[in-house]
Design a protein around this ligand. Structure first.
Ligand SMILES: [Mg+2]
Length: 203
């Protein structure tokens, strides 16, 4: 059994059930410029990729195609909407805090996300989870996003970790962890994280 010295958690879809909320907020602001975003499209094409890449794709596919930065201009409005929803009701599983408490001190832990640190940090604080993580690697921390290995390599370097376990839900995120050369545990939802991570660590 591999012995790990850190756990690197993706955020959206792993620690927090945020994807439906991200999608609803983007759909609301994109509708103001006549672009339709459905959950069907978002869940298939947009989960795990950077917001800029998502908007580039939507700009090309919109009818007629438009410059992607027309859509990027909506980012501040989307972010305000998202933060208002997230900090009033942080989307964390009730079992998560106890689970992290049990790992704290035994493993170094980090959050590694394609979302912005300025989005993630207030949510962790609102959910009283921030003290469990030594660092947060977000969109502004790296030049190349998942599926490139950079976010996970940076997190491991910050923690001084040689054998991290990466916990991921998206294809891009799993590819990123593997490209970094780390063990990857794939999960389908935040609810199954405590049991699956516990199993993998043989706790
Ligand atoms: Mg994810």
């Amino acid at each position: 059994m591999a012995s790990f010295d850190s756990i690197l958690f993706d955020f959206d879809g792993v620690l927090a059930d945020t994807e439906p909320v991200h999608c609803a907020c983007w759909a609301e602001v994109l509708a103001t410029v006549g672009v339709t975003l459905t959950w069907e499209f978002y869940s298939r094409q947009c989960v795990g990729i950077d917001d800029r890449d998502m908007l580039r794709m939507m700009a090309t596919q919109s009818d007629p195609p438009r410059p992607w930065d027309d859509l990027w201009k909506l980012y501040p409005a989307k972010k305000r909407l998202f933060m208002a929803r997230m900090t009033t009701k942080p989307p964390f599983d009730p079992a998560l805090a106890g689970f992290l408490e049990g790992l704290h001190g035994r493993y170094k832990m980090a959050v590694v996300s394609s979302s912005s640190c300025t989005e993630i940090e207030p949510m962790l604080v609102a959910g009283r989870l921030r003290p469990y993580f030594e660092t947060i690697v977000g969109a502004e921390s790296v030049k190349r996003y998942k599926p490139a290995p950079d976010p996970y390599l940076l997190a491991a370097a910050r923690l001084g970790s040689r054998a991290p376990l990466v916990v991921e839900d998206s294809e891009a995120g799993i590819a990123s962890g593997r490209a970094a050369g780390f063990a990857v545990l794939a999960v389908k939802s935040p609810a199954e994280v405590p049991a699956l991570v516990g199993q993998r660590l043989a706790l």
